[in-house]
Structures are given as C-alpha cells and as structure tokens.
Design a protein around this ligand. Structure first.
Ligand SMILES: Cc1cc2nc3c(=O)[nH]c(=O)nc-3n(C[C@H](O)[C@H](O)[C@H](O)COP(=O)(O)OP(=O)(O)OC[C@H]3O[C@@H](n4cnc5c(N)ncnc54)[C@H](O)[C@@H]3O)c2cc1C
Length: 281
C-alpha cells in the first residue's frame, strides 16, 4: 500500500523545473476560441491554449463555468484513524473487514511503517474515543492498545459527477479532472487512482491537440471530446461500485466481499488474496 503523500511527493519531484505556485488561488477563468486566461487572487493572469481544472471536489472553476455537479449522498459519517496499535490479533498484510452483529462497519488497512488505517462507521457522535472503542469491540476477544494515533478525522460520503468534463458542452478548452469531475465514497480506494488515470487520458490528447498541426479543427474537437466520453464511463462505474460497497457496510461482510469480487476492476490493489473477512455473527 503506498500512501497518497508518497505518491504526491513522487509526482512533484517530476515537476521540479516546471513553475508550481503555492498560496495563489484561481478566482476566475475566461475562454476564447484560441485560448484560456486564468486570473489569480494575486492579480496575475496566466494564458494558455488549454486549462486543466484539477481543483478538487469544491472546484472553483467548475462553479465559475456553472457546470452542475449532482448525485446522491447516503447519510453516513465515517471516522478514519491512522494509528499504531499494540495487539495480540494475528496481524496480516491484507485489508480486513470486520463483521459484528451482521454488519461490517470496521475495516483495517495496513499502511507504511507498520501503521494501521481504520475506517469506522457509527451512529451518533463521531469522536476518536468512540472509534477506538468500536475497533476494540470488533477485534475482541483480542486485545488492542492504541499506542500513537497520527491522524483522526471524519468525512461524509458524496457521489457526484460533473454534467460535462469539457467546457462549452464538450467543445471548449477548459477540462475538469480528478475530484473536480467526480467524487465517490472511499470504499475501493479509487479516488486518486481515477484522477491519475484522468491525467494520463488527458495528457496525450492535449499534447496531440497542441503539437499536431496537421490535425483538422474538427479532429481536435473530437479528440478532446473523447476524453469526456472515455472518462465519464469509467468515473460512473467507479461511483456505482463505491456506492454499492459503502452501503454494503451495514450488511454482512460476506455481501461486502461478494461485491468486491464481482467488481474487481474497480477496486484498488484487488488480487486473489488481498482481502480477509473476520465475521462474528
Ligand atoms: C479518508 C480518505 C481516504 C481516501 N483513500 C483513497 C485511496 O485509498 N485511494 C485513492 O485512490 N483515493 C483515496 N482517496 C481520494 C483521494 O484523496 C482524492 O480522490 C484525491 O485527493 C483527489 O485529487 P485531486 O487532485 O483531484 O483533488 P484534491 O486532492 O482535492 O486537490 C485539489 C487541489 O486544488 C487546490 N485548489 C482548490 N481550489 C483552488 C483554487 N481556486 N485555486 C488554486 N488551487 C485550488 C487545492 O488546494 C488542492 O491542492 C481518499 C480520500 C479520503 C478523504
């Protein structure tokens, strides 16, 4: 399992000689037939042939362009902990989903440095203490001591997709990628992975559109528009599978795992032995 900060560090190291600016927000974006101008809160204007809006789930660019971002929202607030535990539980290097009282509300994902990530779903108050107690309950009769918790947070689930990934109803020069274009539950571990696949699908198209002078204008349009066609289908598939999975957490672990087995192509790191289920009925 490679954590997102490691992936981001690696990607950034490849951008060393490119101008990456921090602490400067995009506030508006203007598109013409030949290019795009982005204005920032520091008063700078940046002009390019295309602009890729990878500005996250609350995308400013998507809002400025009035592109709708609709979908569903199950009423679930999850807790997440990155923690070091001391336990006599037989630790393994796989993701484990624990079942208690016929539901699968705790998952354990082994991380780097021997750290454990736990996802916990509870009704009512979301506190670290309640999350830790729930983990203890799910791992019983094994003992669990929380040695050092590096991160505790909560998040709710949103399943949304932008009405178009390319401005001007697919004929434009501003292109949404990553969470700006699609969001879903974390189950399946596909968020960043889908965003990186968006970047791959976009990079060769944009380079071809800019550098291949012999391409007819219609062909350039079709090429950029095909990004929407290709990635929308994938994003919708990811959203649907993650939606099924997150709802399966209030059912048996057998059902949860069956959904994973049926949709392995949408699950990060899924291989024959990559999931254990601990079920106490
Ligand atoms: C608890 C949790 C667990 C997850 N686990 C996984 C996992 O196991 N596998 C996986 O693949 N994904 C996972 N994800 C999802 C993953 O984190 C996201 O899908 C990913 O970070 C999206 O990347 P992004 O670059 O599209 O958006 P973001 O990471 O949101 O980045 C957007 C960037 O744009 C910047 N920005 C925003 N507005 C502006 C503006 N106006 N001007 C300039 N900059 C702006 C922000 O500061 C930010 O740096 C998880 C998410 C959560 C919350």
């Amino acid at each position: 399992m490679i954590g997102q900060p490691e992936v981001e560090k690696e990607l950034l190291s490849r951008l060393e000689r490119k101008p990456v600016r921090y602490g400067e927000k995009v506030v508006s974006i203007l598109e013409t037939e030949t290019g795009v101008t982005v204005a920032t809160d520091l008063g700078r204007a940046v002009r390019g042939k295309y602009a890729i809006a990878a500005d996250g789930a609350r995308s400013t660019v998507r809002s400025v362009l009035n592109i709708s971002f609709t979908g569903t929202k199950p009423e679930m607030v999850w807790m997440v902990l990155d923690t070091f535990i001391d336990t006599d539980f037989p630790v393994c290097s796989e993701i484990i989903t624990f079942q208690l009282n016929g539901q699968s509300r705790v998952s354990w994902i082994p991380r780097e440095r021997g750290m454990a990530r736990f996802y916990v779903l509870l009704e009512g108050e979301t506190t670290q203490e309640r999350a830790e107690n729930s983990i203890r309950e799910h791992l019983a009769p094994y003992r669990v001591d929380f040695v050092k918790t590096e991160w505790f947070s909560t998040f709710d689930v949103r399943e949304r997709i932008a009405s178009t990934f390319v401005s001007n109803q697919g004929a434009g020069r501003i292109i949404l990628a990553g969470d700006a274009a699609h969001v879903h539950s974390v189950n399946g571990g596909q968020g960043l992975n889908t965003g990186i696949a968006d970047a791959f699908a976009l990079s060769w198209r944009v380079i071809t559109a800019i550098k291949c002078k012999q391409l007819a204008p219609g062909a350039v349009l079709d090429l950029i528009r095909s990004y929407d066609t290709e990635r929308r289908q994938v994003a919708q598939g990811v959203i649907d599978v993650a939606a099924r999975l997150v709802r399966d957490t209030v059912h048996t672990a057998k059902q949860y795992v069956a959904t994973i087995e049926k949709n392995a192509g949408y699950i990060t790191g899924k291989e024959a032995s990559s999931l254990c289920v601990i079920a106490r009925f």
